[in-house]
Design a protein around this ligand. Structure first.
Ligand SMILES: NC(=O)c1ccc[n+]([C@@H]2O[C@H](COP(=O)([O-])OP(=O)(O)OC[C@H]3O[C@@H](n4cnc5c(N)ncnc54)[C@H](OP(=O)(O)O)[C@@H]3O)[C@@H](O)[C@H]2O)c1
Length: 256
């Protein structure tokens, strides 16, 4: 195996945490980024516990200067970047008539602009290693609803952004793909169910069953299943895959 280094944002929980753990099997060093340092330390400890190298960076991706600093620290620690996985995101589920300008701006800053800035700053290093970028989008982009207007719009923008980077990457030797999860069983989703149960007075199991019926699927996806797809897309086996937006949704999206 050649020496390879990956940056994973949103690595303190959910899909990002599982991705960092999974990539540690294929990469020689993982840079884990999020705000909650204690959780990052736990995930890094898990990676180090099985002989991997992990470096944590506590950063608020809402801050425009964070991206350049993360790339500088990653290069300082490991000397190269082979993969960038943009997972971090915090977009509220709110009706389009109620969401404020500030909430739109905050959501765009963290999920869209931080991913864009990280890709820009990491690009020269990714060119050196003929590396790869993953942007986490989501199936909401293909099925916008009033209550998911922000995440749907931002995911659609990410799909376009990923494609633009992929086009640039054809000449620069960098592969870029978007991954579109459907409903994945993470803390964010658990919290949403808890909140809905309190608001409606219904049992969480009942709400969960109704939601799955609405999605038209049998179960939620696991974060580890998304991590496995990301690992494949970053692998040598996927060397002819670039510029795609790949769903992992258990069949939630009914169109083809
Ligand atoms: N779960 C799903 O069903 C689903 C479906 C489609 C797409 N997605 C996408 O997948 C990604 C991960 O979702 P998840 O369900 O795994 O959610 P999650 O468990 O809430 O993870 C979100 C991650 O983003 C980080 N983050 C949020 N705001 C940040 C900030 N300002 N600066 C730095 N890091 C920040 C969080 O870390 P800290 O709080 O420690 O900063 C956390 O690690 C999101 O982009 C989401 O849109 C999820």
């Amino acid at each position: 195996m050649t020496h390879r280094i990956a940056i994973v944002t949103g690595a303190s929980s959910g899909i990002g945490a599982q991705t960092a753990i999974r990539l540690a099997k294929d990469f020689d060093g993982i840079v884990l980024v999020a705000r909650r340092g204690e959780l990052l330390g736990q995930i890094a400890g898990e990676i180090q516990g099985v002989g991997g190298a992990a470096y944590t960076i506590v950063a608020d991706l809402h801050q425009p200067a964070a991206a350049e600093d993360i790339v500088r620290q990653a290069i300082g620690r490991f000397g190269q970047i082979d993969a960038l996985v943009n997972v971090a995101g915090a977009v509220p589920q709110m009706n389009v008539l109620q969401m404020t300008d500030q909430q739109w701006d905050d959501s765009m800053q963290v999920k869209f602009h931080s991913a864009r800035r990280l890709a820009v700053h990491a690009w020269p290093y990714l060119m050196q290693t003929r590396g790869s970028v993953i942007f986490l989008s989501g199936t909401a982009a293909e099925n916008p609803k009033p209550a998911s207007a922000a995440i749907a719009s931002i995911n659609a923008a990410i799909n376009a952004l990923a494609k633009a980077f992929a086009e640039q990457g054809i000449q620069d030797g960098v592969r870029v793909n978007a991954v579109l999860p459907g409903p994945i069983w993470t803390d964010r989703r658990k919290a949403f169910l808890e909140k809905s149960a309190v608001a409606s007075g219904d049992a969480q199991e009942e709400i969960s069953r109704k939601m799955l019926a609405q999605f038209g699927i049998e179960r939620y996806g696991e974060p580890s299943e998304v991590a496995e797809l990301i690992a494949f897309l970053l692998s040598e086996q996927a060397r002819f895959i670039t510029g795609t937006a790949i769903r992992i949704d258990g069949g939630e999206v009914k169109g083809i």
